[in-house]
Structures are given as structure tokens and as C-alpha cells.
Design a protein around this ligand. Structure first.
Ligand code: HEC
Length: 145
């Protein structure tokens, strides 16, 4: 009986350490954000801009019918969407349900290239660059839907 109780105590400690330790990845985890920043520079900055500024005239379709890459700072459209939708766009690209059927876009699909966790980390890093005011407006906007 005593032994079993002791074992429970040990397990309790192991679980507590596990929960507070490095296994946990949250939006504020500095390692997750650092990885996200690295992925952004390597995979996204070429189109979305080193300073998240996007491409010039991003709201105007080019003669080939494609849109330039939008900014990922607070002037872009990303904060209007929940994280899950952004993750689906990064993973699968501009295909249904992210875009109408047959939609043509330069936005690549990263499935097979980035893991779900890496996609989450790059989006967490992008969101970490938005001002507090935008994060508040986003939370309010998403609550209405
Ligand atoms: C080859 C250029 C290119 C690269 C590289 C690229 N994108 Fe895009 N991305 C685009 C374009 C162009 C669009 C606009 C798509 C449209 O509406 O046709 C877009 C749209 C998006 C959108 C949806 C629009 C929004 O802001 O809500 C997200 C999210 C996004 N990209 C994230 C990323 C992330 C994250 C990466 C890196 C992992 C990345 N993109 C890499 C070109 C690119």
C-alpha cells in the first residue's frame, strides 16, 4: 500500500515536470517562435517580404490573372482569419475550400515540405509581429463568426 502511494507521488512529479517542461509548445514558446522565424525567412520572405510587407500593388491582379503576395504585417488580410484557416492555406494552398475551384495562384502548398507543427510555428511567429491592438480586434472579429 505504502509503496503504491509512493509510486503515485513519483508519477505525479514526472507529469508535473513534463507539463511545465520543454514538451509543451505554446504560441509564446520562444523556441517555437524562433523556429517559425527561421521558416519564414527560408520559405515565405521571398514573396511575402523580409519585413512582412508583401509585394507591390498586392490588391491588383496581374495581367496573368494572379494576385501578388499580400503583406503578413497588420496591413495584410491574414489577421481577419483564424489560425486554422491560415494553416489550411499554407498546407494545401489556394484550393477549395480555401479558394474557388480552378483558382490560379502563386501561393505554394507546403504539405510534405513543412509539418503541421512547423506551419503552426511560422504562423505563430507572424502573429507575434502584430501589434496588441490588432490581436484584440482579431479576437473580437472572430468571436462574431
Ligand atoms: C512563390 C511566392 C509565395 C511564397 C514562397 C509563399 N507565398 Fe503565401 N501567398 C502568395 C500569394 C501570391 C498569395 C495570394 C494568393 C491569392 O489570393 O491568389 C499568398 C497568400 C498567402 C496566405 C493567404 C492570404 C492571407 O494573408 O490571409 C497566407 C496565410 C500565406 N500566403 C502564407 C504563406 C506562408 C506562411 C508562406 C511560407 C511558409 C508563404 N505564404 C509562402 C505567394 C507566396
Amino acid at each position: 500500500m505504502i509503496q503504491r502511494r509512493r509510486l503515485a507521488l513519483v508519477w505525479g512529479a514526472v507529469i508535473a515536470i513534463g507539463a511545465s517542461g520543454c514538451g509543451e509548445r505554446s504560441a509564446h514558446d520562444p523556441y517555437a517562435l524562433m523556429e517559425g522565424q527561421g521558416i519564414y525567412k527560408a520559405e515565405c520572405a521571398a514573396c511575402h517580404g523580409a519585413k512582412l510587407e508583401g509585394q507591390a500593388n498586392w490588391q491588383t491582379r496581374r495581367p496573368d490573372g494572379k494576385l501578388p503576395a499580400p503583406p503578413h504585417d497588420a496591413t495584410g488580410p491574414a489577421w481577419h482569419h483564424p489560425r486554422e484557416r491560415l494553416a489550411a492555406i499554407v498546407k494545401f494552398g489556394m484550393v477549395p475550400p480555401n479558394a474557388p475551384p480552378g483558382y490560379v495562384s502563386d501561393m505554394p502548398a507546403y504539405a510534405g515540405k513543412l509539418t503541421d507543427a512547423q506551419i503552426d510555428n511560422v504562423l505563430a511567429w507572424i502573429e507575434s509581429q502584430w501589434p496588441q491592438e490588432i490581436l484584440k480586434r482579431r479576437a473580437a472579429l472572430l468571436k462574431q463568426h
